[in-house]
Structures are given as structure tokens and as C-alpha cells.
Design a protein around this ligand. Structure first.
Ligand code: SF4
Ligand code: SF4
Length: 131
């Protein structure tokens, strides 16, 4: 199964096109539903940090889910079953790189599904889908 990879973070200009694209998967404008997160590491000159699921083979987020709402995905990472999720937030706290974003509307995690939709919206080739 393919997975999203960060090819060259130094090329990121912080335009957040990837975040807008990811949110749009749900027909939403804005940034609130994005599974990928871009932030400045201290001014434009120092660059940006791109945080997204690294598709762990043994995902710590799934290990701490009390309801098995996160199941391991073939090729790494996890798949969320929202109907099982009780919104405890354990998964978000367990991710060592902070890649589990939070949906404050549903009070459930936003999990990257490695669809690659964001890749085509990055004008600088920061992202790629590895097969
Ligand atoms: S927030 Fe949902 S998916 Fe995350 S650990 Fe809790 S029950 Fe599982
Ligand atoms: S691969 Fe898909 S789910 Fe993951 S950050 Fe990109 S658009 Fe969002």
C-alpha cells in the first residue's frame, strides 16, 4: 500500500496548500480537517516543519486505543473506525511526532489515510507518494 513521504522539507515555503487540499477531502474549506500540519520553526528564513503520519509499522497510537478504533493498515499506519472511537485522545498523546491531528468538531482524531491527494497541491515537490 502506498504511503505519503516527505521528500525535502527544506523546499517547504509554508503556503499550506497541502493542508487546504487535505481538508477539502471532506468538502471543508479552511484547515481544520487536515491530517498534515505545516508550521514555522521561527520565521520564514528558518523554514518550516511538516508533520504527517509516518506510517509506523507498529503504530503506538493503535496500541493505546482502548476500543480498537485504530487498526493497523497494510503498508504502515492506521485506519480509524469512527464509530468505535470514544474521543479519549490517547492516540494523539501517544504519537511521538504529534502527527495525530484533532477534529474539534467531532472530537475524534484526524488520521492520514495516505491517499496522496495533498501531493499534487504542493508546488515545490516537498511531498511524494511512495509505492
Ligand atoms: S481517541 Fe478514539 S481512536 Fe484515539 S485512542 Fe481514543 S478511542 Fe482510540
Ligand atoms: S495523504 Fe491524504 S490524508 Fe494524508 S495528508 Fe495527504 S491528503 Fe491528507
Amino acid at each position: 500500500m502506498p504511503r505519503l513521504v516527505i521528500v525535502d522539507v527544506d523546499k517547504c515555503v509554508g503556503c499550506m496548500s497541502c493542508m487546504f487540499a487535505c481538508s477539502r477531502r471532506f468538502g471543508e474549506g479552511g484547515l481544520a480537517k487536515s491530517a498534515i500540519h505545516v508550521s514555522s520553526i521561527g520565521g520564514v528564513e528558518r523554514g518550516f516543519k511538516v508533520v504527517v503520519c509516518r506510517a509506523c509499522e507498529n503504530p503506538p497510537c493503535a496500541a493505546v486505543c482502548p476500543t480498537n478504533a485504530l487498526v493497523r493498515r497494510e503498508g504502515g499506519g492506521v485506519v480509524l473506525n469512527p464509530s468505535k472511537c470514544v474521543g479519549c485522545g490517547n492516540c494523539a498523546r501517544a504519537c511521538p511526532i504529534g502527527a495525530v491531528q484533532w477534529d474539534y468538531e467531532s472530537m475524534k482524531p484526524i488520521i492520514c489515510v495516505h491517499c496522496g491527494y495533498c501531493v499534487n497541491y504542493c508546488p515545490y515537490g516537498v511531498l511524494s507518494l511512495s509505492r
